[in-house]
Structures are given as C-alpha cells and as structure tokens.
Ligand binder design. Structure first.
Ligand code: ADP
Ligand code: MG
Length: 361
C-alpha cells in the first residue's frame, strides 16, 4: 500500500486507511515436537502499546522473536506498517528489540553500546554521534555516555538498552520483560518512563510481560496469552471488567470462585462441586464486589484482616465457604459477625463467560 504520497489537505478527501503498525496473521511455531505458538493473530494500530501477557512458558518470547525475525515461523505472516517482512532477517526489519537481560556489551561504553546498531548501518560518525546523544537524552542518560554497563545501576542499564533500540528510529519496538530484573519500586518508575517515551515518540510497541499489574498499568490494550494462543485482547479496564474466559478471570486481578450463583447456592454446592467436574460450570466474583455487613449472629465471620495500607483485604467464612473481600479504612475486625452480599457475579460455562448475576446473596 502506498501511503502519504499526497499533501495532508488532499489526503483528507481520499482518506486512505493507514496500514496498521503491526499485523500478525496465523503465526505458528513448533519446537521440540510441541506447538509453542498456535495460529496467533494480532493487529496493532500505529503508536499503540500492546502488552503480551501470560504465564511463564506460554510462548511470549517465541512470538516476539518471530515478530523481530530471530526465529522463522512454520506458518503465518508478519506485516509492519503494511509491509510483509515475514521472509526478512532481523536487520532488514524496521523493528528493534530490547532483550530481557539487556544484552549490553560489557567492554563498551554506554555511548558505544547505543551507537552499535548505527555503526552496522555504516552511518557517518557525525550522524551517529548526534543520534546517540539524542537517544541518551530521551532516556535521561547523557551523563553516563562514557560509563561502562557494570558501573551503572540496573535501571540505567535498562535505559541504555532502550536507547539502543530507539536510536534506530524503529517503526516497531519489541520489549521482552524489560522490567523483570529491577526491584519493585524501580520497576514502577521505569515502566512509567517507558510509557512516556513510547507515547512521545509515537512508536508502535509490543511489550512482553508475565506481570498483570504492569500490563494493565501501561498498555493501550492487553493480549492475554495461554498455551501459545491469545485468549482475549482488550483495553485494561475492559479485560478486568469482562474477562471472557476462566483463564483470563483467574489471571487478571483476584477472584473468588464459587460453585453457585449465590452465597447460599455456593455453600450448598461446595461439597458437591468438590467431587463433581468443576470446569463445566463456575461463578466468579471480585473481592471488591463482596460486601460484608455487620449483623449480630450473622452466618458470616471475618477470619482475617490483611492490611494493604489504603485498604484491607478480608478473609470471610460463610458457614464453611471462604471468600475474600475488600474493605476501605479501619472498620471490620477479625471475629466480627455479619452477612455477605455479592455484586457482579460472573457465570462461566465450559470455561467461557455465559452471563452475570446481579445482587446475589
Ligand atoms: N528451542 C526450543 N526447543 C524446544 N522448546 C523450546 C525452545 N524454545 C522455547 N521452547 C519452549 O517453548 C515454550 C515457550 O517458551 P517461551 O516462548 O520462552 O515462553 P515465555 O516467554 O512465555 O515464558 C517453553 O515451554 C519452552 O521450554
Ligand atoms: Mg519469555
């Protein structure tokens, strides 16, 4: 597809649809006799950040390596900004990848590490220098241009690896668990920096992570992956509110699983469900949709109160059924008696969302 061949004013009339930033169709890979990535489809708008989220071993890195060109797919295509790159090597693709372990050269300075992909392209010294300094400025690392990787912190190494990717001015940025080697506090800060830079530069980005909180916090959309396939793709709030499968419901946020649509039914069904096939039918409710009302001699008892700072998690026993709830501020205490009301109970049949039950008791 030919794009942007006319001035913006005249383009508006014809309005040719811009090809997506990334379009993956039917991507499949078998390794060691197992299908690791299975008919994977995903389309990203230009400038969009999509997190590829799933448990360890579900095929995220394998997928990313095929998008980058480091691994040849058995079937399927990869198109970047409308161009089919499936048969091109990584250096011929307009993509840049940040590896989980950063893969910085220990004997080279930060400047030379960032310059490395440009020296391969045989750009002039002056242009390399200008682009490297711009990239280092973007990630806030100019003061470490002459440092070696071993002499800067983990967060700074991460930023150097990011600079080495964006210096290539890629059409597509690929990040493989970029934050997993950082401690919790730094992880939050660096992920916000990555998001800010990604939005400022408008780079189409796929970020692989196994951390659902991280995925929800910085993505335009999240693609939840399970056993080589995408289970669901959606905006963070949408995935949280409407998990389409029991896998997504369990993986994103926390969930109470019930053997019936109401507390009474769940309690009655608990024993039967434990013996019967549980997968066929189940009901799920988020802790924030479980309300505890103090009532003298109520059938529910608070077993534990787990303080999280600005809220507390309650573990409640309802005549043998254990539920988790959220309470704000001080109030409920362990041993308190009351009753439990449920909102937004989701009904799953054969692993798929089948409907909702409102105001269940
Ligand atoms: N070269 C290979 N040969 C055989 N199995 C592999 C190979 N590479 C990866 N795998 C397997 O594929 C599965 C998915 O791996 P990977 O894509 O790295 O998962 P993730 O990044 O989601 O943790 C794992 O079970 C892994 O052991
Ligand atoms: Mg991986």
């Amino acid at each position: 597809m030919t794009l942007q061949t006319t001035a913006p004013e005249t383009r508006a009339a014809a309005a040719p649809a811009l090809a997506p930033g990334l379009a993956i169709t039917g991507l499949t890979k078998e390794l060691g006799g197992r299908t690791i990535v299975d008919s994977f489809d995903l389309v990203l708008e230009r400038g969009e950040l999509v997190a590829l989220l799933g448990p360890s071993g579900c095929g995220k890195t394998t997928t990313l390596r095929m998008i980058a060109g480091f691994l040849e797919p058995d079937a399927g295509t990869v198109e970047i900004e409308g161009r089919d790159v499936t048969d091109l090597g990584p250096e011929k693709r307009p993509s840049a990848m940040v590896f989980q372990n950063y893969a910085l050269w220990p004997h080279l300075t930060v400047f030379k590490n960032v310059a490395f992909p440009l020296t391969l392209k045989r750009l002039s010294k002056a242009e390399i220098s200008a682009r490297v300094m711009t990239a280092l400025e973007t990630v806030g690392l100019t003061h470490h241009a002459e440092s070696r990787p071993a002499h800067i912190s983990g967060g700074e190494q991460q930023r150097a690896a990011l600079a080495r990717a964006i210096v290539q001015e890629p059409g597509l940025l690929l990040l493989d668990e970029p934050l997993s080697n950082l401690d919790a506090k730094l992880r939050v800060r660096v992920r916000e920096e990555i998001r800010e830079i990604q939005q400022r530069l408008g780079i189409t980005t796929v970020m692989v992570t196994h951390d659902q909180e991280e995925a929800l916090a910085i993505s335009d959309r999240v693609a939840v992956m399970n056993a080589g396939r995408i289970e669901q793709v959606g905006a963070p709030a949408d995935l949280y509110a409407n998990p389409a499968t029991t896998f997504v419901a369990s993986f994103i946020g926390s969930m109470n699983w019930l053997a019936g649509p109401t507390v009474a039914a769940a309690r009655a069904g608990a024993a039967a469900a434990a013996a019967a096939d549980r997968a066929a039918e189940s009901w799920a409710v988020r802790p924030e949709d479980v309300r505890f009302e103090a009532v003298p001699d109520g059938e529910a008892t608070i077993l534990r109160v787990l303080p999280h700072g600005h809220f507390s998690e309650l573990v409640i026993d309802v005549a043998g059924l254990e539920l988790r709830a959220v309470a704000s501020g001080a109030g409920p205490r362990s041993g308190d008696r009351g009753r439990v009301l449920l909102d937004n109970v989701r009904h799953y049949r054969d692993g798929l969302l089948a409907g909702r039950v409102e105001d269940a008791r």
